[in-house]
Design a protein around this ligand. Structure first.
Ligand SMILES: [Zn+2]
Ligand SMILES: [Zn+2]
Length: 333
């Protein structure tokens, strides 16, 4: 099968690999589409370590089940039979036994394996997914449209949940995640304030089209205080910027897996019971909730297709901010 691999930091290669064989609990999936995430860029750049390279990246996988290994009797979920369209997200496997797994926080499992980092992902014609971590996908979305829901949507949704009942929500970095979460936030009756890179007029226009009531660049203070902010960009200097925009008791949620160093800041911008926290990975419960919610909003995604061979260009276009919305690798059959 054709696939794209990260061989070492900076080296993205087009390769031919043997067709994978499903082991116990695994599904063999023919990939139709795979969303491109900023995490893929961090993996390529070596900012997020790949424990055992080479690896096939891609963790927003949409495909059809075409085969399966033996199913463990203990599995509590409904089987995903051949012919089912499934999504495979970042959380690929957890131990089920550690203090995190046993307390509803499998996203923090020390032994967790992640799709496209520890397990070969979806920049390939075929892939394997542990059935217990795969999800049937909502109808009414094409393969391309549904792909960005699987990380940009899911992890954005987890970050949004951490803002509680915040009414005035700031979104810093208006890319793939923010364009989805802005729609969910509006659906929930929140007010959205969008912050883009300075001078990114197209991003600000796109935010207003998604019903943000204000859009400006990240160096500008919003017209009123925010109850919460989610930072999707990987720029650490946005943490004090967002803190300065918050009302007392407000929260800044850092939604990315990697962020540049956060500059020191005066205690008085944290004072007043303001909070800074990160969001890490996702739980299967997040996935079930969000995949149920998305079609009811309904969330619409703005997608930019690239062929498998153009995965490198998709990543560089993401780095340079050359598109609005989300890039998706489309695997032709
Ligand atoms: Zn665990
Ligand atoms: Zn991701």
């Amino acid at each position: 099968m054709r696939a794209i691999q990260i061989e070492r930091p900076g080296a993205l290669c087009s390769v031919e690999l043997p067709e994978p064989t499903p082991g116990p609990n695994q599904l063999l999936v023919r990939v139709h589409a795979c969303g491109v995430c900023r995490t893929d860029l961090h993996l390529l750049d070596g900012e997020v370590e790949i424990p055992r390279p080479p690896i096939v990246p891609g963790h927003q996988i949409v495909g059809t089940v075409i085969g399966r290994g033996d199913r463990a009797e203990a599995s509590e979920t409904e089987p995903l039979e051949p012919g089912t369209r499934v999504g495979i997200p970042w959380l690929g496997w957890t131990c089920g036994r550690c203090r995190y797994c046993l307390s509803g926080r499998e996203n923090l499992c020390d032994l967790a394996r992640f799709t496209g980092r520890d397990i070969d992902g979806g920049f390939a014609e075929l892939t394997l997914g542990d059935e217990r971590y795969c999800f049937a996908l909502p109808e009414g979305y094409s393969d391309l449209e549904v792909a960005p829901l699987l990380c940009a949507g899911l992890i954005g949704y987890r970050a949004l949940g951490m803002t509680g009942e915040a009414e005035r929500l700031g979104l810093y970095g208006f890319g793939s995640s923010a364009h989805i979460i802005a729609q969910v936030a509006r659906f929930q009756g929140r007010r959205v304030f969008a912050f883009t890179r300075p001078g990114d007029e197209a991003g600000q226009t796109s935010a207003r089209e998604l019903d943000a009531e204000w859009a400006g660049d990240s160096l500008t203070a919003p017209p009123e205080e925010l109850d919460a902010a989610i930072i999707f960009a990987s720029a650490g200097e946005l943490v004090p910027t967002a803190l300065r925009a918050l009302v007392k008791g407000g929260i800044v949620v850092c939604a990315g897996i990697h962020m540049s160093d956060i500059p020191s800041f005066p205690y008085d911008i944290l004072w007043g019971e303001r909070t800074v926290r990160s969001v890490a990975n996702l739980t299967r419960q997040d996935a079930r909730e969000f995949l149920d919610l998305a079609p009811r909003v309904p969330v619409r995604t703005d997608v930019h297709p690239y062929s498998l061979e153009d995965a490198g260009r998709a990543l560089e276009d993401l780095r340079a901010g050359r598109f609005q919305g989300a890039a998706v690798i489309e695997i032709d059959r």
